[in-house]
Design a protein around this ligand. Structure first.
Ligand SMILES: [Zn+2]
Length: 177
């Protein structure tokens, strides 16, 4: 991942802001919102401080394979508890060689692979893709029984919309496989 690169910072001054400073990522950039009355020195100081804070926050939620497996376990106990006893995934991991799909599952050997393309997406989107693949451990096809399981996830519809939007915007044809 590109986290070691120095980010491009865009400082936005706001007259409405009096004291609060905030920062967030917007694509490749980091946007830092500061009060308009800040001096250049205060701006420099706060940009450095916010970049450090953002880096620390991202460090904490690093998305590794073991984090992904932990996430899978939580999703099973929360949304598929009735199948928990016989659906232990053999492996859940991030892969970079899966260009046509967000995720895939091989029910026969219980392995699940999630595309690195969604690694930077919001938690609730990752959870949707993961739950989708976990549900395939119970129902391999896309029948009504399958969607019944997936739709236990409250943001399933919204996540599908989000992923469709990404596909349209990037010109990628990515299926929900
Ligand atoms: Zn599927």
């Amino acid at each position: 991942m590109a986290r070691t690169r120095k980010p491009v910072v865009e400082v936005r001054r706001s007259q409405r802001r009096r004291r609060t400073v905030s920062a967030y990522r917007e694509g490749e950039r980091v946007v830092v919102l500061i009060p308009d009355r800040f001096s250049r020195a205060e701006e420099t100081e706060w940009v450095a401080r916010m970049l450090a804070r953002l880096a620390a926050r991202e460090e904490r939620v690093q998305r590794t394979d073991s984090e992904l497996l932990g996430r899978a376990r939580k999703l099973i106990s929360r949304y598929l508890p009735d199948y928990a006893s016989h659906m232990v995934p053999a492996s859940v991991r991030w892969v970079t060689n899966q260009n046509g799909r967000w995720g895939s599952c091989t029910p026969d050997d219980g392995t699940i692979r999630i595309s690195h393309r969604i690694q930077e997406m919001p938690d609730w989107v990752i959870d949707y893709v993961l739950l989708h693949e976990l549900a395939h451990l119970v129902v391999p096809d896309h029948s009504a029984a399958f969607w019944e399981l997936v739709n236990r996830y409250p943001r399933a519809e919204r996540a599908r919309g989000y992923l469709e939007g990404i596909s349209a915007a990037t010109g990628l044809v990515l299926a929900d496989d």
